[in-house]
Design a protein around this ligand. Structure first.
Ligand SMILES: [Zn+2]
Length: 421
């Protein structure tokens, strides 16, 4: 299977891109028109598919279900009691809905953390996206609960999967997972060469409770458990000081900023991007679940991230557009250890075509500026390729009507359960 992208703008220069199998093979002017499929790229720009650094795909079913409350209240009253009601099939349609939304907004790869791994995996396989999937671990400081989640985690490691799907070990957070289970998770991640993915330093309450319960701040607590390593991916990291940034950098830890989720849950707005970048930390951007950020749109998350840096620092030079695009492409790929995120021969063909026939791209003095600051929403994405396959063309994704209907049906269960309470 081969695809030729003809006359598409790469860094504002009309170019042809030849894709064979999963990979970008050639990039150049006027390549021969010999391919199974030729896509006319006139008035389109090509960028790497976006990489969503942190989320919970199935939680699209919770979209708009628990708004305008604190993280603690949201988790304990609106999320955890209802998640118990989901079946594998519900989760399957929730993840399909998430994949549809990601495809329609330019995302080709995401880093996920959720329960019911077989249903999640099956949905991602069918939708054609690339993902790093982690089965969430909790133990609530109880041995029997830990045993159950450990067993489920070990089962995910042997589950059959395509090479578009990699695995992580995903303990939820330091306030839901004991030190012993965290260390077990780190050991399993190391033994299986997987990423270790967890939430950390998301709220002031988490920070205060960490000091109260463990005598250490969240990062220092993880450090004391010897969990800092290049395979560690931390979502949030809002409440960390300069010494902790140094420690994360020294150990090669990666960090995912989730600006919309942090703002909406009132968790905080001071993310130390400039300091982390200066220290050499790979910073990527995520949406978090649609239950807290309400959508999975990486261009929206990217714009918020950039504006937040400029705003809280009173510095318009902070997190410029080019660096922001790098966070949602190259940095995400580096964090997830994937051969994508860049448009070069030999890279996986995960590509996003942007429609330039839109007001946001007129005039087009600086394409990346328009993409991050003006488009600011994935509706400018016209065509999406992942792993050398076309997942969306002219904004149409096969089967989308069925996915919307099935996911809406699954989500109706929330109202039924709520009415019974
Ligand atoms: Zn999260």
């Amino acid at each position: 299977m081969s695809i030729l992208l003809k006359n598409v703008q790469l860094n504002r220069v009309p170019t042809d891109i030849f894709i064979e199998g999963k990979y970008i093979k050639r990039i150049g002017a006027a390549l021969p028109d010999v391919a199974d499929t030729v896509i006319d790229g006139t008035m389109k720009a090509v960028v790497p598919g976006f990489i969503n650094g942190h989320g919970h795909a199935a939680m699209t079913l919770f979209r708009g279900f628990g708004d305008d409350i604190s993280l603690e209240q949201w988790l304990t009253e609106k999320i955890w009691p209802y998640e118990k009601e989901w079946t594998d099939e519900d989760v399957f349609w929730g993840v399909k809905l998430a994949c549809l939304e990601m495809i329609k907004s330019g995302t080709t790869c995401f880093n996920d953390m959720y329960m019911r791994f077989p249903a999640v995996r099956q949905a991602v396989e069918e939708m054609g996206l690339r993902a790093v999937l982690g089965a969430t671990m909790f133990d609530y400081f109880q041995e029997d609960t830990a045993t159950r989640y450990k067993r489920e985690t070990l089962q995910t490691l042997t589950a059959p999967r395509s090479d578009r799907i990699s695995l992580s070990i995903a303990p939820h957070a330091i306030y839901t997972v004991s030190a012993r289970t965290l260390q077990w998770a780190a050991d399993v991640a190391a033994a299986n060469d997987c990423l270790l993915h967890l939430h950390l330093a998301e709220t002031q309450t988490e920070h205060a409770n960490s000091i109260k319960n463990f005598g250490l701040s969240p990062v220092r607590y993880l450090h004391s458990l010897k969990l800092l390593s290049p395979r560690l991916v931390l979502a949030h990291c809002l409440y960390i000081d300069d010494d902790e940034i140094r420690a994360l950098a020294d150990h090669g830890v990666k960090v995912v900023h989730n600006p919309n989720s942090n703002l909406k849950l009132g968790s905080g707005h001071v993310f130390k991007y400039t300091e982390m970048k200066a220290a050499g930390i790979t910073v990527s951007i995520g949406t978090d679940g649609a239950a807290s950020s309400n959508n999975l749109d990486m261009l929206e998350a990217a714009k918020t991230a950039s504006l937040l840096q400029k705003g809280w620092r009173n510095d318009p030079t902070a997190m410029p557009a080019d660096e922001t695009l790098q966070c949602i492409t190259e940095n995400g790929a580096d964090m997830l250890r994937l051969n994508t995120g860049r448009i070069e021969p030999g890279r996986l063909a995960d590509l996003c075509l942007i429609d330039l026939k839109a007001p946001a791209f007129t005039p087009n003095f600086h394409f990346v500026s328009n993409l991050i600051y003006a488009a600011s929403h994935g509706s400018c994405v016209d065509t999406l390729l992942c792993d050398g396959r076309i997942l969306m063309q002219n904004r149409y994704v096969p089967g989308e009507e069925d996915i919307l209907r099935q996911a809406a049906n699954a989500a109706q269960k929330l109202e039924k359960v709520e009415n019974k309470k």
